[in-house]
Design a protein around this ligand. Sequence first.
Ligand SMILES: Nc1ccn([C@@H]2O[C@H](COP(=O)(O)O)[C@@H](O)[C@H]2O)c(=O)n1
Ligand code: CDI
Length: 159
Amino acid sequence: MQFRVGTGFDVHALVENRALILAGVRVPYERGLLGHSDADVALHALMDALLGAAGKGDIGKHFPDTDDKYEGADSRRLLRVVVEMLQKDGWQVNNADVTIIAQRPKLAPYIAAMRELVANDLGITEDAVNIKATTTEKLGFAGRGEGIAAEAVASIIRA
Ligand SMILES: Nc1ccn([C@@H]2O[C@H](COP(=O)(O)O)[C@@H](O)[C@H]2O)c(=O)n1
Ligand SMILES: C[C@@]1(CO)OP(=O)(O)OP(=O)(O)OC[C@H]1O
């Protein structure tokens, strides 16, 4: 049995007139994340962790932001493509842990829904998916509300 671990990190700016999508959930807020895709920073960090574990680069390599195909892309769809990519190499996702770094909005009410969606897309049980949020105590870009960051760790297994 082979076991690998990968990490991911991403940041997107918070701007007006954009929806805030985090881990597949539309979170009500006065601003949203700017990006070529839906800018789901949590799923971007998670995809990078999965690709990292499998030694397959990063999302920018597979889904370039210069490609019109990914304009406004649903990051859940991209996540499922990453999972399929790994499955073709014989990998199965083992677990994932994602931290969303946001001063606001309060994300606790949305964590359960995020976890359910992500577990579904990864094809694993919810207990193998952890999603959490932290502020930065008003420090730095996240603390000033200029953007939201996310980091992720994922492990994969192969028989
Ligand atoms: N956007 C956020 C940030 C944090 N939380 C929850 O609050 C707890 C305390 O946050 P600290 O930054 O003071 O550690 C944290 O553990 C989360 O449960 C949140 O819901 N939304
Ligand atoms: C998935 C992509 C596709 O354009 O999304 P973006 O919104 O550009 O987000 P970023 O995290 O800057 O780079 C990843 C891109 O590949």
